[in-house]
Design a protein around this ligand. Structure first.
Ligand code: PRP
Length: 207
């Protein structure tokens, strides 16, 4: 039995579809249920930001989560496979026409990704004031809370509709299959088996 942590929403849906393709079975959560039991898997529906936590503490053996979230949280889990889904960027955004000037003193950066932001500016020896927000990040530069934002950009529509533009990419993200380190040893055969099956599907899609 493998326990699989999935992030509520589209990624969970897409991952269950991969399992359906592999096993020719139906994998569907009932209405508001958060656990789905099948003969070989137990699926857990968790918040995106909690997937790596479940896996790190071995409440789940494997999980599916975005690389941006993994980089932000820094939990020690095994990154098994890039699922080539949920592709997005983490980028710096500013109001249209504004230029990124790292020499400007006391730059204020609003973000929900504090660690990625900190690392980016530290690596460039730029001291910034990071303002942690939990959502609607694009609002911050519009009302003068921050000079810029570091945020996830997928289609770019949110920035565009709020008069912001990307001035610098920080990283590209996509969804990863991750594993708990102990589970990877204790349940190696099962984990490698599902890894290989998923990998075949991803590879076929890339052709
Ligand atoms: C992200 C991000 C942007 C938006 C970007 O939020 O914070 O607001 O998506 O997408 P776009 O480039 O396609 O417009 P998300 O929807 O992940 O919600 P969250 O703030 O709850 O994490």
């Amino acid at each position: 039995m493998l326990t699989v942590a999935l992030p509520k929403g589209r990624i969970a849906q897409e991952t269950l579809e991969i399992f359906e393709t592999i096993f020719g079975d139906s994998f569907k959560f009932d209405d508001r249920k958060l656990i789905l039991e099948t003969p070989n898997f137990r699926f857990l529906l968790v918040r995106n930001q909690d997937v790596a936590t479940y896996v790190y503490h071995q409440a789940a053996d494997i999980g599916v989560v975005g690389l941006d979230t993994l980089e932000e949280q820094g939990l020690d889990v095994i990154r098994l496979l890039d699922l080539k889904r949920g592709i997005c960027k983490v980028a710096i955004g500013m109001r249209n026409g504004e230029k990124l000037d790292l020499d400007k003193p006391e730059l204020k950066v609003a973000t929900k990704m504090v660690n990625i932001t900190k690392r980016y500016f530290e690596e460039r020896a730029v001291s910034v004031d990071i303002i942690k927000l939990y959502g609607s990040i694009e609002l911050a530069p519009l009302i003068g809370l921050a000079d810029m934002i570091v945020d996830v950009v997928e289609t770019g529509a949110t920035m565009k509709q709020n008069g912001l533009e990307v001035v610098q990419d920080i990283m590209t993200s996509s969804t990863y299959l991750i594993a708990n380190k102990n589970s990877y040893i204790a349940k190696k055969d099962k984990i490698l088996d599902i890894y290989e099956k998923i990998n075949e599907i991803i590879k076929a899609e890339q052709k």
